[in-house]
Design a binder for this molecule. Sequence first.
Ligand code: ARG
Length: 582
Amino acid sequence: MHQPESMEDRIAARLAEHVPRSAADLAELLQTPPSAEMGDYGLPCYTLSKYLHRDPNEIADDLEGKVGLPAGIREARAFGPYLNFFADRPMVTERVLGRIHRLGAAYGSDNQGAGKRIVIEYGSPNIAKHLGIHHLPSAVIGRSLYRIFQALGYKCVALNFLGDWGTSFGRLIAAVERYDVEDPDGLTVSDLQDLYVRYSREAAENPELQGTARQAFLRLERGEERATALWNGFKEVSLREFDRVYGMLGVGFDRITPESLYRDRIAAMLEQLRSRGTAVESAGALIILLEEEGLPPCMVQKSDGASLYATRDIPAAEHRWDEYRFEKSLYVVGNEQSLYFRQLRAALRKMGHGWADRMVHVNFGLIKFRDPETGQARVGSTRRGELLLLEDVLNEAVRRARAKIEENRDRFEVGADLDELAARVGIGAVVFSELSTRRTRDAVFDWDRMLDFEGDTGPYVQYAHARLCSILRKAGQDVGADVDCSLLAMPEEWALVRHLERFPAAVRRAAEEYEPSVIASYLLELCADFSTYYSAGMREPDRRVLCSEDRIRAARLLLVDAARNVIRSGLDLLGVTAPERM
Ligand code: ARG
């Protein structure tokens, strides 16, 4: 258990002493009363009637008399069926802003994960193919979870389970040989894709080619020199491309554990499954029955003796456990593999691996495009002119961001670094748009929407951050924590303080739910609060941050600096950069 930090947590902990609900549930129930005269936090007691078997007004009256008040709350008062709490605003403000000022970038971090490891597998593309837009979610969700868990004190390990093994590589080897490719080392990923398609087409007419491809894979499995050299070449050229494109997203890995790493363990594993009776023969194939778990069987060997996807995932999972003794082992892979991962986990459990319960399939939905005619979201198609290669998408994003900035030159303070800014904004827009949708739902890829500086977008958050930086630059004075927080008396200021206080809780919730979108939503709300505050200042000079009264200005600068700090940390957790000038 961690320290209760937000005011909601503190109040809920006191309420839990009198009400048969958990503090976490109670914290969720707390609302904001409609006006400041009615307090700062409200508990709707009608939600408790069914637990306490009493009238809500009575519950509120009764609790008013006996609930303990945490530091920072000066009064609890019943309003009909509500029990409302009044904060000592200056005190809470001082505590929150002081803490952020002291901790800086570490605000929101925690040590709940100290001494624990989290293995996160993401990316895991298959070689000899380009990265497509469908590879975007795994990369950015995985990378964001890596940062989130790291902030909570876990030691994270990012693995790339490269798809480099299987019969399709036999087909590619056969293709290179059949079409007498002159310089196999000079093949690009596009060439490999073309060769594969060409061979598959021919094989559909000429079944003999299927046999040749199978033979080629057997040669590879035996470690034959020529086949191995070709396969190594496929791998090298693919990895170079993957590095480049993942690099544009700022995504990297700690270790590549390719599927081929497990090929030598397969024979022993199958033997063990057979001898222990964990797997059984069925029509010549070897399967693990999972009826007890209500799942279809998991096949580990085909009737022709070939291994399958699961045949490599089992030893890979064991390897991760042997190597890292993880607290959790995450697999950031699309929804379409949900059944597969349930089978994999069940198979490992049946093999006696209790740690299989620590495996989490962090699933996600598809990326769709809006059909301009019907307005419906659907999967993309090159024929309709949609870019489907990840690299093309990212380049296009940068191009569009640049055009947008140039169009609105007067709103931006950029000079020679326009290229760099366009890259940060363009890529940030793509990443943020993916991470602001709850991951299990399909995300809609919409150029205009994701680059809208006024919408719920990455550029909007980046722009708010840059504006905060600009206020601090203009102030030209050091920000100190030694200010009179009672001078932050505007309701907009209190709203910001309350929101800032909730950042650590948002980070913890994002981790609990493996859900970066919690951070994205948090940031959008924070920026909206800031925007309201900023607009108030535009209307009245007295409400401006850089007002003429020194003591008020110093207090406001502390608030602005805290907001800047939190937005920056939040963007960092999402893997989106935060330019200081825009
Ligand atoms: N390479 C696979 C694909 O492209 C994804 C691998 C997912 N991870 C795993 N451990 N099975 O579909």
